[in-house]
Design a protein around this ligand. Structure first.
Ligand code: ZN
Length: 238
């Protein structure tokens, strides 16, 4: 059985839209020469599961907050399945859940309307966002002078880029692979997120299925090197 739609990597070929005219009422503060006071940037930090993305996201939020900056933390489908960012080493922070209908620009505008400054966004699990959300991040940087730090997986269980991750690679000012290495059982660097169902690596199916939950107890994910992802060998302890 093959699933052509699921097996074909997506190609967005999507031009970047211009600014949303309805949201220009809260343009960034500018100096006397008209230039932005701060050179905001969109940065994407990526890596496989377990490499510490959420930990780094929360550390970055802490570092900025300590310098007196105000930020918002967003997430989608956190492992806690609640509106918060949690890390495997035990950190947690409340977060705004990114839904299909959420507009990140409106989120910032609403905060400003309440008199709460937003200097930056921390967007965890960004590979699960929509492509439109990534474009909103770019607009927040360019037109609103808000820094955006996105964290997420690059590829899905089929080894194909998530659409939002692809858009981040296309649009981000800076892209960095997180340098905390996750090792395959063989000791090589882990690169790919294998979906394991019934003890076997599967390569077809829905792009997003949350593992380790009550509803999907039979689905789990394991980080493998490319060699063992290809062979489907989960190691001696699998
Ligand atoms: Zn391996």
């Amino acid at each position: 059985m093959t699933d052509d739609a699921a097996a074909t990597p997506t190609c967005l070929a999507r031009p970047l839209p211009g600014p949303d005219e309805g949201l220009t009422g809260c343009a960034a503060a500018r100096g006397v020469d008209g230039r932005p006071l701060h050179a905001a940037a969109l940065k994407f930090f990526w890596g496989p599961m377990d490499c510490g993305k959420s930990t780094m996201a929360l550390q970055m939020n802490y570092n900025h907050a300590r310098q007196g900056r105000r930020g918002l933390v967003t997430t989608r489908i956190d492992r806690s399945l609640g509106p918060q960012v949690t890390s495997r080493i035990g950190l947690a922070h409340s977060a705004v859940e990114v839904t299909d209908s959420l507009d990140l620009r409106a989120l910032v505008r609403d905060s400003w309307a309440e008199g709460v400054r937003v200097d930056y966004l921390i967007c965890d699990e960004a590979s699960f966002y929509d492509v439109a959300h990534v474009e909103q991040m770019a607009e927040l940087v360019d037109s609103f002078d808000v820094d955006v730090y996105a964290f997420g997986l690059a590829t899905d269980f089929r080894s194909c880029l998530f659409p939002a991750a692809q858009r981040l690679f296309e649009l981000a000012d800076e892209v960095a692979r997180i340098q905390v290495e996750v090792l395959c059982w063989c000791g090589r660097e882990g690169l790919l997120n294998a979906r394991v169902v019934g003890g076997r690596v599967v390569r077809e199916g829905e792009q997003v299925v949350i593992g380790d939950t009550v509803q999907t107890a039979e689905v789990r994910y394991q980080v493998l090197c490319r060699r063992h992802y290809r062979s489907g060998d989960l190691g001696p302890r699998a």
